[in-house]
Design a binder for this molecule. Structure first.
Ligand SMILES: *[C@@H]1O[C@H](CO)[C@@H](O)[C@H](O)[C@H]1NC(C)=O
Ligand SMILES: *[C@@H]1O[C@H](CO)[C@@H](O)[C@H](O)[C@H]1NC(C)=O
Ligand SMILES: *[C@@H]1O[C@H](CO)[C@@H](O)[C@H](O)[C@H]1NC(C)=O
Ligand SMILES: *[C@@H]1O[C@H](CO)[C@@H](O)[C@H](O)[C@H]1NC(C)=O
Ligand SMILES: *[C@@H]1O[C@H](CO)[C@@H](O)[C@H](O)[C@H]1NC(C)=O
Ligand SMILES: *[C@@H]1O[C@H](CO)[C@@H](O)[C@H](O)[C@H]1NC(C)=O
Ligand SMILES: *[C@@H]1O[C@H](CO)[C@@H](O)[C@H](O)[C@H]1NC(C)=O
Ligand SMILES: *[C@@H]1O[C@H](CO)[C@@H](O)[C@H](O)[C@H]1NC(C)=O
Ligand SMILES: *[C@@H]1O[C@H](CO)[C@@H](O)[C@H](O)[C@H]1NC(C)=O
Ligand SMILES: *[C@@H]1O[C@H](CO)[C@@H](O)[C@H](O)[C@H]1NC(C)=O
Ligand SMILES: *[C@@H]1O[C@H](CO)[C@@H](O)[C@H](O)[C@H]1NC(C)=O
Ligand SMILES: *[C@@H]1O[C@H](CO)[C@@H](O)[C@H](O)[C@H]1NC(C)=O
Length: 505
């Protein structure tokens, strides 16, 4: 009884607090959806990870009178709602070393704001990768320094060190060392000495948060730094006319995937931004906003932050309860294909429903098939064997490109909507969406019970306190689905023994 009351009040606190975080008009569930989208990409190399970005100078432009408080407010909100890439046009100034073109904000202030966010979100639940893409304007340096380039240029590493902290940044030296040690993977997830580390390794093993790069290949000659990748590592486009969209062909999709760090910086409209995402690009929003109309960015963000879950998903609210004849547990995810526009999204479904399953070729991430049988979710994974044909395994699309390949597969035969199980469920802990079949446990829970979590959590703000509350909330909740079926018993038993350590009496 006490536990129930505790749970209710905690969930209320969590919900209210999450709502307030949302800006301009996003609601509470995107937080969960974004987290599970991040987790779905845990094994993807960081150059393939999808992020939404903005051009800082354009989006925070002054619109007449520059107001730093308002600009910083907007920047903090962008960080909080999940904008992860920032293109920074840098001007030089004698007094401040660097300023952001389009405003008078100093680069130092910008970096300090990023650092604040990184510190506040440096925990298992909220950590994500940020990408800073720098574009120095050397013409402004020549005028600021009376044509005395390059000897007077400020030391950009020192700027990063004092304002952002070098320990947060994944350096070129670390990449070289990871590559020689064979810790990097290619776009297909196989070891590759020209690849990049996976997101999981990046965030949790080496505990990095930021990648810094120049958008062009020449800047590093003039402003060299071990902490800034040269633009030749990127595939950075500034015009939608140079972007080609592979639609049907898995060879063409692989060709796109081979180019890492794909960005398209341009002005978007809410109706087209998703198309570019599904072509494999991370959008950099270059539309001009002022502090007064910055809320206009919310439609763009609404249509871009989540490529995976449908709007308002994951929604595990059970409108009907289990009874003797019909069992209900909305804890399993399907991919839903909409035939009219050849798109798909993820949604929550009742694990007891019968459905086909989505299988991916073990050798080719762009090759999908549906299983032959219709089955409930628990039968998709039995005794280490899944329901998929030989050489295929139950999977979920990890990136927009993989989902594009899936859409093409459906498009090749499906004239009507389809739904299929994907490898994603929240059976062990509500709201904790994990791959690995019905017996997979929640990684946040594991972190708590193995007590590693303390190592990476930095309780510096209300935000972190909230995270702890949410965590405890997650661990205290018991598996609530009960019936007499053996499988549930097995799951419940497994989890109750796994939980012992973390659960208060
Ligand atoms: C990542 O790989 C590990 C080990 O192969 C696996 O257990 C885990 O489920 C994978 N995660 C995702 C999101 O695919
Ligand atoms: C700057 O913006 C803040 C918050 O939006 C506002 O309170 C303040 O009055 C503004 N200052 C000026 C000088 O406009
Ligand atoms: C400019 O950078 C130098 C180090 O390169 C630093 O000592 C100095 O304080 C910086 N100036 C400002 C205004 O940030
Ligand atoms: C930055 O440099 C460009 C080119 O020199 C110039 O047009 C612009 O006004 C500068 N912006 C600021 C804020 O100094
Ligand atoms: C550049 O030249 C102007 C006038 O010649 C001078 O006032 C200014 O101090 C010089 N700036 C620097 C950084 O040398
Ligand atoms: C730039 O700053 C970094 C970090 O403070 C320092 O290690 C490096 O030696 C500096 N480079 C130059 C050319 O001064
Ligand atoms: C970069 O450098 C190369 C050769 O040094 C030059 O040809 C090219 O025009 C430069 N590009 C830019 C954008 O400055
Ligand atoms: C580029 O974007 C503009 C504005 O959204 C649009 O009108 C135009 O058709 C796009 N061009 C291509 C090739 O997609
Ligand atoms: C059991 O639940 C289903 C829907 O969940 C409902 O249609 C059915 O009438 C219920 N049966 C009983 C006996 O309550
Ligand atoms: C595709 O169509 C469905 C159903 O009409 C709609 O809900 C969805 O938003 C559409 N998707 C896109 C990307 O337009
Ligand atoms: C599965 O892969 C193996 C090794 O690549 C191959 O020998 C076998 O024929 C494949 N099976 C099917 C059904 O394609
Ligand atoms: C994609 O494939 C479908 C069916 O195979 C075909 O109808 C469609 O024209 C193809 N689209 C492109 C752009 O190749």
């Amino acid at each position: 009884m006490n536990l129930v009351i505790h749970e209710l009040s905690l969930s209320l606190v969590v919900k209210v607090a999450l709502c307030q975080q949302y800006w301009p008009s996003l609601s509470a569930s995107p937080q969960l959806a974004l987290r599970s989208q991040r987790d779905a990409g845990a094994n993807v190399s960081i150059d393939q990870v999808f992020t939404v970005g903005v051009n800082v100078g354009q989006v925070l432009s002054a619109g007449g009178s520059y107001n730093e408080t308002a600009a910083l407010d907007s920047l903090n909100n962008l960080l909080r709602v999940g904008v992860q890439s920032y293109v920074v046009d840098l001007n030089f100034s004698v007094e401040q070393n660097f300023t952001l073109s389009g405003s008078t904000m100093s680069f130092a202030t910008f970096l300090a704001t990023i650092r604040q966010y990184v510190t506040a979100s440096n925990n298992y639940l909220n950590a994500n990768m940020l990408v800073l893409l720098l574009r120095p304007n050397f013409a402004s340096a020549q005028s600021a320094f009376n044509d005395s380039l390059p000897m007077d240029l400020p030391n950009i590493t020192a700027q990063l060190e004092s304002n952002l902290g070098l320990s947060n940044i994944y350096s070129t030296l670390q990449l070289n060392s990871d590559r020689t040690q064979g810790l990097t993977v290619g776009y297909e997830g196989k070891p590759n000495t020209n690849g990049w580390p996976t997101l999981e390794y990046f965030l949790y093993k080496v505990q990095k948060r930021v990648v810094v790069a120049y958008t062009d290949a020449n800047s590093s000659d003039t402003l060299p730094s071990d902490y800034i990748f040269d633009g030749s590592a990127l595939s950075f486009e500034m015009s939608n006319t140079t972007v080609s969209c592979p639609i049907n062909d898995s060879v063409e999709l692989a060709g796109v995937a081979q180019k890492g760090w794909r960005y398209l910086e341009t002005q978007f409209v809410p109706s087209d931004i998703r198309e570019y995402i599904m072509c494999g690009y991370s959008p950099i929003i270059r539309n001009s906003f002022t502090p007064q109309n910055i809320s206009g960015i919310s439609d763009l963000l609404q249509n871009s932050l989540l490529w995976s879950w449908a709007y308002n998903e994951p929604n595990n609210y059970e409108t009907t309860k289990s009874n003797a004849t019909s069992l209900v547990a909305r804890r399993c995810a399907v991919v839903h294909y909409t035939a009219v526009n050849s798109t798909s999204y993820w949604a929550v479904a009742n694990c007891y429903d019968k459905s086909r399953s989505l299988c991916r070729n073990k050798e080719n991430i762009f090759n999908w098939v549906l299983s032959k049988e219709n089955d409930d979710y628990f039968s998709t994974h039995e005794d280490d064997e899944d329901i998929c044909p030989d050489n295929y395994t139950l999977a979920l699309p990890q990136t927009p490109l993989e989902e594009a390949a899936l859409n093409a597969y459906f498009n090749s035969f499906a004239l009507e909507d389809h739904e299929a199980w994907v490898d994603l469920n929240s059976i062990s802990v509500p709201d904790c969406w994990v791959p690995g079949g019905p017996y997979a446990s929640c990684p946040y829970q594991k972190e708590v019970s193995s007590r590693n979590f303390v190592g990476i959590i930095t309780p510096v703000s209300v935000f972190s306190a909230l995270t702890i509350a949410l965590l405890l909330f997650l661990t205290w909740r018991k598996v609530p689905i009960q019936d007499n079926r053996k499988r549930w018993k097995k799951i419940v038993n497994m989890h109750s023994s796994a939980e012992k350590e973390g659960v208060p009496s």
